[in-house]
Design a binder for this molecule. Sequence first.
Ligand code: AMP
Ligand code: GLY
Length: 421
Amino acid sequence: MRVLVVGGGGREHALCWKLARSPMLTKLWCAPGNPGTAACAENVPIDTLDIAGLVEFARANAVDLVLPGGEPPLVAGIADAMAEAGIACCGPTAAAAQLEGSKTFTKEVCDAAGIPTAAWRRFTDARAARDHVRLQGAPIVIKADGLAAGKGVVVAASVAEAEAAIGDFMEAGALGPSGRTLVIEEMMTGPEISLFALCDGVNAVFLGTAQDHKRVGDGDTGPNTGGMGAYSPPPMFSAAMEASAMDVFIRPTLAEMNRRGTPFRGILYAGLMLTPTGPKLVEYNVRFGDPECQVLMLRLKSDLLGALVAACDGELAAFDLRWDDAAAVGVVMAARGYPGAHVRDTAIDLADAETMAGATIFHAGTALRDGGLVNSGGRVLTICAQAEDFSAARAQAYAAVDRINWPEGFCRRDIGWRALS
Ligand code: AMP
Ligand code: GLY
């Protein structure tokens, strides 16, 4: 099969790395890819949002299957455009991608399907939103309805903080159109995990769990990031909880999406909070997490491509995926300054780390300049390792980190701490 992966981050490198091992694969492209994907796929310089360009490339190169890595092309309708061109695409239509693109949409689906989630209300008027916050009191959670690249949620400890967020989002236009509508919801407490399911529109197959580390600093301190590291499987989420979550969250969501005439195909990512009264949905995403994908690909024993084809063909009913029970840990290395303004074009030397047995390095914001590797983005590498237990996997990952010569890079030193404490 001829496959095109869309994206250029660590998640897409991990997907290419795994797909390259498939006995069904004959040719793999990645658009636009990065220096890491170049080792297992052919990079093509097409932007992830150039849907017409991607369709044209797929048609001209007889691509059999397209796998979009991130949500921007999905929300922009890449699956619809590929379907029109008769090319299989393992991702939701723009209508179904609203599960990530709009928080009110997801909340309405949850209410209709009886899915446990925080109590919520929708606001399009700042004054009404402020009145609601004053009535409810703090803590309270203020969310922009639309996509906001991780900047659209404020967990407000005080009414003043909540009112400031309402002002920023709705009146100052800090997030553009994404912030014109707000969801204000009850604050939940508990550890968070990411649960993934592969869906064919009707059926779903469990695609693993992982825990992300969203804050930039050790001990979960400092500003939010795209994710500073992940590990899988999170020990606080048992196999029984996995099975139950498929029945409580994923299957009712697929049924409701069908009822609405917008069946969901692709990867459904449930962000769950393990509250004192049981797991509740924080949010849906319509793709793999990054860096969760990197550790999941290390643990997946089954052929990923076979599973994606079954999802596109509506044949997941009797499908099962095999997992390696061993623990996987992934440490993100970021550029100094991230998640704020960060350094660029700083030299990275991977020679010592790449030859280390037991570590796998996925590229994200890297580029080649005059033949040398430099950073081009904020999140730059994910260094992954797998071992019989978390402490061994973590030691192996950090041993590889310590052999990377990149003075301008940094990482958290405590990835996986919840699994070890
Ligand atoms: P989201 O973009 O919806 O995933 O929200 C980003 C982060 O905000 C989540 O990962 C949570 O840590 C936090 N968060 C979102 N909603 C709530 C809530 N209702 N209660 C507590 N924390 C929340
Ligand atoms: N790691 C969180 C995300 O991909 O959204």
